[in-house]
Design a protein around this ligand. Structure first.
Ligand code: ADP
Ligand code: MG
Length: 236
């Protein structure tokens, strides 16, 4: 059973999080990051390549453990949870859009997305029905039965988004979801995230695109593994 989340707690909180990768010298990817993201916020994470953005997103999503400091998800300290419990949190609450997303070549798009529900134990017809709905939402209703090699880069990225959304996650963590996309396709993906935000989901988007970041209600600027600035341009 999942521990009961605290409804008044932030969605995600990092407390003095450090992450080092072994080596000589070790790489300090995160260097004392503290940040709270409230439920229903939509946040951009920006910073130059190698600054620690992906590491921060992975730590926020409990895919990776910090070297020191704590990660709280809905008020629960992730370090007290078992691996099974963390997997359950990820499987039910978090939708990841990864920087590199590989579709299974041998099966149609609809099943690549429906597989995102395997964890939930839903039967195949229900998984496919849910996949169909979310593929329509990302504008791929007419591509569902295509194979991955028949899609453009932008379409593949939209499949990655659909896959992240099929289990209706409370948090969506996206790592450069518009990387390598033309501006029209990028805009349509960001519109999709904005509509998820308006439904009350918590969204964190890593992006290189300054225009995209500037359009979001909050920006976390990362420099050398540290939270350099926390900007809320339109806050009153
Ligand atoms: P960004 O997403 O901002 O480009 P990353 O979080 O991917 O940055 O990486 C931050 C730093 O940590 C970089 O110096 C990178 O080389 C290093 N790094 C990331 N992942 C690993 C890893 N698995 N092993 C060793 N070093 C890593
Ligand atoms: Mg990255």
């Amino acid at each position: 059973m999942l521990a009961a989340p605290d409804p008044s707690a932030p969605a995600i909180e990092l407390r003095d999080v450090t992450k080092s990768y072994p080596g000589s010298p070790p790489v300090v990817a995160l260097d004392g990051v503290s940040v709270r993201i409230d439920r229903g916020e939509m946040v951009a994470v920006v910073g130059q390549s190698g600054s620690g953005k992906s590491t921060m997103l992975h730590v926020m999503g409990t895919l990776d453990q910090p070297t020191s400091g704590s990660v709280l998800i809905e008020g629960i300290d992730s370090s007290v949870l078992s691996d099974d419990h963390l997997a359950a949190v990820r499987g039910r609450r978090v939708g990841f859009v990864f920087q590199r997303f590989f579709l299974l070549a041998g099966i149609p798009i609809i099943d690549n997305v429906a597989n995102g529900l395997l964890y939930h134990g839903a039967a195949r017809p229900q998984r496919r029905a849910a996949a169909e709905l979310v593929l329509e939402r990302v504008g791929l209703g007419d591509r569902m039965w295509h194979r991955p090699n028949e899609l453009s880069g932008g379409e593949t990225q939209r499949v990655a988004v659909a896959r992240a959304l099929v289990h209706e996650p409370a948090f969506v963590l996206a790592d450069e979801p518009t990387g390598n996309l033309d501006s029209a396709t990028s805009a349509s993906i960001m519109e999709l995230f904005k509509s998820l935000h308006s439904e009350g989901r918590t969204i964190v988007v890593v992006t290189h695109n300054e225009e995209i970041a500037a359009a979001l209600p909050r920006q976390l600027q990362i420099l050398d593994g540290r939270l350099e600035r926390d900007v809320r341009p339109n806050s009153r």
